[in-house]
Every structure is written in structure tokens, then in C-alpha cells.
Write a protein that binds this ligand. Structure first.
Ligand SMILES: [Zn+2]
Length: 296
């Protein structure tokens, strides 16, 4: 099987994006994986996916558990499913994920001044390189530049200054990548975490192009939930290689769970009242995968 790095390169060449989907539990993993398998079967080749766990999700699922689950599926089915430590804020948490066998990790030091962001990110890149030297598999490190917010939830309005004052600029992107040696960059390009009631801001595709060119590494679009299909397609064409979806999955899961509990008030077997949550996640992810891989 190709490495995640190779799949990302291939996605860039094909002008598609790899879907990155977060999980909080096994239902999430099953729903996402079922969607990917279904589309792969329809299209006749294996469509790569990335499973993400944030610091909070990772505590709930368990680091070793997440790692074993994803690796187990990958090896059992020879399927390109990879695990990413999504938004890890400290070196220690970042290191723990890598030690647990993740394929990729994001060091999110964007709240720090640029030079401090660079120093912490560089420390993480160096650690991943050290693991590689020791014979571990290739591990990708992602850094973040510009404000994209922190919460995958429903928001009332767009935070002040977004996106004009908060976007990553090409010069900083180039400087940041050169100084840190990151493999992937998550720039702010009008995207924001969470879903905004009145609609999410527009994605600045011109800025994506400029940043991709200046940075010289593949770009990751965070805060995918709430972005229009049209904006996604344009963002991929402009140079986005990976897209993160979390809030949409959370919303689908919760709605399905609420309905299921309402419909089955006396049912106590979790696998009987949670199965519709798997279906709801599968449906959400299937649509996104189709779009990200340029299928009608
Ligand atoms: Zn994110």
C-alpha cells in the first residue's frame, strides 16, 4: 500500500481532496469506513480516508484504542485508512500520539506569536524525524497559520475580523514552512471551525493558490462543515489536498440518536438504538467523499 504522503501527492495531481473525518466513538469509525468502502466499491478503486481525533476525542476514544482500531482495519482489508492527531496543542500530547503509532499529527500553536509557533512546530517536526530514523513508518506533521477558531460546534455568528484580518498570507506561509520543515500546512483562507447559523464565510480561492505556491507543501482545509459544495470544488481546484469534516458528523449523530431514543423508548440494547447513528454518519460522509473526489 502507498503511504499517506504518496496518497496526498496523488490527490494533488488528480485535483481531488482526501476526506478527514473525526470520530468520538466506534459508531463514528464504522459510519465513516462504511461510506468509504461503499464509494470505493462503486468506483472500483480504494479511496483513501483519514480518521481524526482531537485532544478531547482522543481522551474519550483512547489513544492506543484509536491507533489499534484504524491500523486493524488498514491491515485486515489492505485499505488506505489513516489516523491523524487533530489539533494537538502541546509537545507532550503531540509526542504521545506519535508514540501510539499515528500516521500524522497537527501541532496547533497558532495562538502563539509567529516565532513561538515556529519553535514549537519545529520541535514536533524534529521529533517525528527522530522516530522515522529509528525505523518507524513515515509520519506527517501539519502546522497551522492564521485564525480558524477552535470549536466544532454551532455558532450564532461569524467571529469579528474573520476572514479579512485572520487569513494566512503567502509570505508568512513560505517563511513558516521553511523554518519548520512541516509536511502539511493548514492555512486560514476564510474557513472557520464549526457551523454558523447565518452561513459560513466564503472561501478565498485566490489566497489558497497564493499560499500553496509560496508554501510548497500540500494544504489542508479545516472547518469544512458548513462550506458550500461550490466552494469546496473551487478550493480543491485551487490547491487544497485534505478537507476536515467534524461538526456535520456530530450533528448527524446527535439527530439520529435523539430520534432513535424517541422511537424506541423501551429499548436498552445499545447496538439496537445506536445503529441508526452509524447510518446517519455513513450518509453524511458518503456525500462529502463523493464531492471531494469529484464524483457527481
Ligand atoms: Zn481543524
Amino acid at each position: 500500500m502507498k503511504t499517506l504522503r504518496e496518497y496526498i501527492k496523488e490527490a494533488e495531481e488528480k485535483k481531488v481532496a482526501i476526506g478527514h473525518f473525526n470520530i468520538s466513538n466506534l459508531e463514528g469509525l464504522h459510519g465513516i469506513y462504511k461510506a468509504a468502502r461503499k464509494l470505493s466499491e462503486e468506483k472500483g478503486y480504494k479511496i483513501p480516508i483519514i480518521i481524526g481525533v482531537s485532544e478531547g476525542e482522543e481522551v474519550f476514544v483512547g489513544k492506543e484504542e484509536a491507533s489499534s482500531l484504524v491500523r486493524g482495519l488498514r491491515e485486515k482489508d489492505n485499505y488506505p485508512i489513516f489516523l491523524n492527531a487533530d489539533h494537538h496543542y502541546s509537545f507532550d500530547r503531540f509526542k504521545e500520539s506519535l508514540d501510539a503509532g499515528y500516521n500524522a499529527a497537527i501541532i496547533d500553536a497558532v495562538k502563539l506569536p509567529l516565532e513561538e509557533n515556529i519553535a514549537l512546530t519545529k520541535k514536533c517536526v524534529d521529533y517525528a524525524a527522530k522516530l522515522k530514523e529509528k525505523g518507524n513508518k513515515d509520519i506527517l506533521v501539519e502546522g497551522e497559520l492564521g485564525y480558524i477558531g477552535t470549536s466544532s460546534k454551532l455558532l450564532d455568528k461569524i467571529p469579528e475580523g474573520v476572514p479579512d484580518k485572520t487569513m494566512a498570507n503567502p509570505e508568512d506561509a513560505k517563511y513558516f514552512v521553511n523554518k519548520t520543515g512541516i509536511d502539511l500546512l493548514a492555512p486560514s483562507v476564510g474557513n472557520i471551525h464549526g457551523m454558523i447559523k447565518g452561513g459560513n464565510p466564503k472561501i478565498n480561492t485566490k489566497r489558497i493558490k497564493e499560499v500553496r505556491e509560496a508554501a510548497g507543501v500540500p494544504l489542508v482545509l479545516h472547518g469544512g462543515s458548513g462550506i458550500s459544495d461550490e466552494d469546496f470544488t473551487k478550493a480543491i481546484a485551487a490547491g487544497i489536498a485534505i478537507i476536515h469534516i467534524n461538526t456535520e458528523i456530530r450533528v448527524a449523530y446527535k439527530r439520529a440518536l435523539e430520534k432513535s431514543l424517541e422511537d424506541n423508548p423501551t429499548q436498552v440494547a445499545p447496538y439496537k438504538y445506536l445503529n441508526t447513528t452509524v447510518d446517519a454518519i455513513e450518509e453524511t460522509v458518503y456525500k462529502r467523499l463523493k464531492l471531494f473526489n469529484n464524483f457527481e
